[in-house]
Design a protein around this ligand. Sequence first.
Ligand SMILES: [Fe+2]
Length: 255
Amino acid sequence: MPVEMEQFMCRSDNFGVLVHDPKSGQTAIIDAPEEAPILAAIERTGWTPTMILTTHHHVDHVEANLALKERFKLRIVGPEAEKAKIPGIDETVEQGSVIHLGDERIDVIATPGHTAGHVSYHLPASKVAFTADTLFALGCGRLFECEPPVMYDSLKKLAALPAETVVYCGHEYTLSNARFALTVDPTNSALKERAAKIEALRADGKPTLPTTIGEELSTNPFLRWHDPAIRRHLGMEKASDAEVFAEIRKRKDNF
Ligand SMILES: [Fe+2]
C-alpha cells in the first residue's frame, strides 16, 4: 500500500508535508518549518506524527522541531553532518542510511550543495522523493556552503531516480524559476507549456508542486547540462556538464 501525503504551505513560501503509512498508522513530518500549519495538517488528517525527517539545518526547516517533539514525543532524524545545528535530533543519517515508516523503506541520499550536509529522502516502493532545497521544480537550491561541482553531483543522483518518482520540494519558487529557465532554454516547447501552466496556477494561488523526476528532466535547466540547445545558447558546446551547471547557477544568482 503506497504512503499517503498531505502537502501544505507554511511561512511565506515553504512547504510542509506529512507522509502517512496506512498499514502501520505511522506518520512522518518532512521538515518542521512552522508549528501552527503543521498542527492544522495533523488535525485535518487525523494522523499522529511519529517522526520528523530533517533535510538540513536552516531555521525555516527546523524551527518547530522542539515544540513538536514536546507535544508528540516523536523522534527527530537528520543528517549526521549537521547534527549540532538541528534542535532535538535523536538519530543521524548519511548517504545509504535506511529508515522505516512502518514497513515502508526510506533511503537516505546525501545531496550536499545548498548546505554541506543536506540529505534527501527516497521511498522507492511508493515512488516518492523529498528533495527540500536541493532540487526545486524548475530550479535548484542556492549554494550557501558548497561549490557548484558538489551540487552538480547531488543533482545527478536525483536525476537518476525513476522518471515517475513524485518529488516534493522545500519551497514554492516555481514561477520565478520558470521565468529564469526560459532565459537559458528559450526554444524548449515542453518548458514553454509548463511555464504557462505555472503562471495560471500561481495566479489562482495554487501550489505548483509536487513534480516528477521525468518532468524536471525535460524542463529544469539545472538537470539539462547535456542539452545541445542550452549549450549552444550559453556558447558552451565543449564545456563539461559540471561547468554548464555552474554557469546556469551563476546566471540564476544574478537573475
Ligand atoms: Fe534552506
